[in-house]
Design a protein around this ligand. Structure first.
Ligand code: FAD
Length: 399
């Protein structure tokens, strides 16, 4: 196959939120950037629910726009396994629901407008290193592209990090997820709804996200594999008169990020590095922001002689961890504990939460959940529940 070489080129694999942000930032920094996407159309198919915080969007330097914004969100309703739902409403909108396909297309379009060369229908099958210090990727049934730095942003399941000498995330820790686009739903307003319990979504949760006045994205992820039956049961219980207008499946990452996200002339970012909140499976903001950092590092490294590059690439790994890893660590612990809880303990936890709603409203942050997790763990009511949590965790390990 033909090899196309360009001395200082940055090659980004995957035009999702992480890849397009990396490509855009590298191009803004003056680099020659190639963005390879396996599908004919960026953003399609989409597996995502599209909930992003307004703060997170502004971290990416993006304002909500009619082109991709479906709805603004002002809080959430939590349905414990049993008993009264709990409503958390904020004074101001906190999040937006985005159409993920249109959002990804928006970012990729900006990248192209900044000079990025986008190649759709280009599935990368292999990462390569050359004796002259260059790196490259082979496109299945296509050319091999050679350049200075490869940024892998090809999402969950990527094998490129392994080929570049890095550990891959623990892909066995993917939770199967399924989502329906429902029509003819009763009005849900501006709150997302979250459903908990072993009969609904063991080990994780189910969600309903309003996308219009009478439409919603309803889905769940679970540690058990019977997600279709669970989702059908949920729909029957809460939206018996709705119509299923689309189905999406996807896997939610809960393994936590890999230990090292760079090797010689190679960076990995987004889901491919498992840069995802384990509590919710959300990765748009972390992946997008880390993409910006990766693009900047790749571009600066490409302008630097080989022997000095490693410092710049390693700094990317430090920078994204400085921003997110303390929160990710606490979210990881919270997820592991939460996944092991019995319905009875969960009911008690939700009861306990009621008392602290004003504090949660004040301190909760969708993207940086470490602060609120630490605060709640200091509350007497929660401390009193810890022996019960410990018993549930031990039981979960042995069953
Ligand atoms: C059911 C579900 C719901 C979710 N809901 C939310 C949510 O509400 N909010 C949130 O923040 N996060 C959510 N997430 C997580 C979020 O979707 C991901 O964290 C985010 O998409 C990661 O972005 P990425 O760019 O790293 O990967 P992706 O978005 O997966 O993009 C990877 C890109 O690489 C391309 N690609 C893959 N392999 C190759 C290859 N070999 N060669 C070339 N191109 C390739 C793909 O086609 C794709 O375009 C959800 C995930 C699931 C499964």
């Amino acid at each position: 196959m033909e090899t196309r070489s360009d001395e200082n080129r940055i090659i980004v694999v995957g035009a999702g939120v992480a890849g397009s942000h990396a490509a855009l930032e590298a191009a803004r920094n003056g680099s020659n950037v190639l963005l390879l996407e396996e599908h004919p159309q960026v953003g399609v198919p989409s597996h995502c629910s599209g909930v992003v915080s307004l703060k997170g969007l502004s971290l990416l330097g993006i304002e909500p726009q009619p082109g991709f914004t479906q709805r603004t969100i002002q809080g959430a309703v939590f349905h414990p396994p049993k008993g009264e739902p709990l409503e958390l409403r904020t004074k101001q909108p906190v999040a937006v629901i985005i159409n993920r396909a249109k959002f990804d297309q928006y970012v990729a379009k900006n990248a192209v407008a900044t000079g990025v060369e986008l190649h759709p229908k280009s599935r990368v099958s292999k990462f390569e290193r050359y004796p002259d210090g260059k790196v490259g990727v082979s496109v299945q049934d296509g050319p091999t592209f050679k350049g200075s730095i490869v940024v892998d942003a090809s999402g969950a399941g990527s094998r490129l990090p392994e080929q570049a000498g890095l550990q891959t995330p623990d892909w066995t820790q993917l939770l199967p997820g399924l989502q329906y686009e429902l029509g003819e739903t009763p009005k849900q307003g501006d709150l997302v709804e979250l459903f908990f319990g072993s009969h609904r979504a063991p080990g994780f949760f189910a969600w309903s996200i309003p996308t219009g006045d009478h439409s919603a994205r309803v889905g769940l992820a679970s540690k058990k594999s019977n997600v279709k039956r669970l989702l059908d049961d949920l729909v029957k219980e809460f939206w018996p008169k709705s119509t299923v207008e689309g189905t999406k499946s996807g896997s939610v990452l809960v393994s936590g990020p890999i230990d090292k996200c760079w090797s010689e002339n190679f960076l990995v970012v987004g889901d491919a590095a498992s840069q995802v909140k384990q509590t919710t499976g959300g990765g748009i903001i972390i992946g997008g922001y880390s993409g910006i950092l990766a693009g900047r590092a790749a571009s600066n490294a490409a302008k630097t002689p080989q022997e000095g590059r490693w410092k710049i690439l390693m700094q990317y790994d430090r920078d994204w961890r400085d921003k997110f890893s303390s929160d990710l660590r606490r979210m990881g612990i919270a997820h592991k504990l939460f996944a092991s809880l019995s319905d009875e303990t969960l009911n008690k936890l939700f009861e306990g939460v009621r008392e602290y709603l004003p504090e949660i409203q004040e301190y909760a942050d969708m993207d940086f959940q470490g602060e609120i997790i630490s605060r709640m763990l200091r509350k007497k009511k929660f401390v009193a529940l810890l022996p019960r949590v410990a018993v549930d965790s031990i039981r979960a390990v042995f069953t």
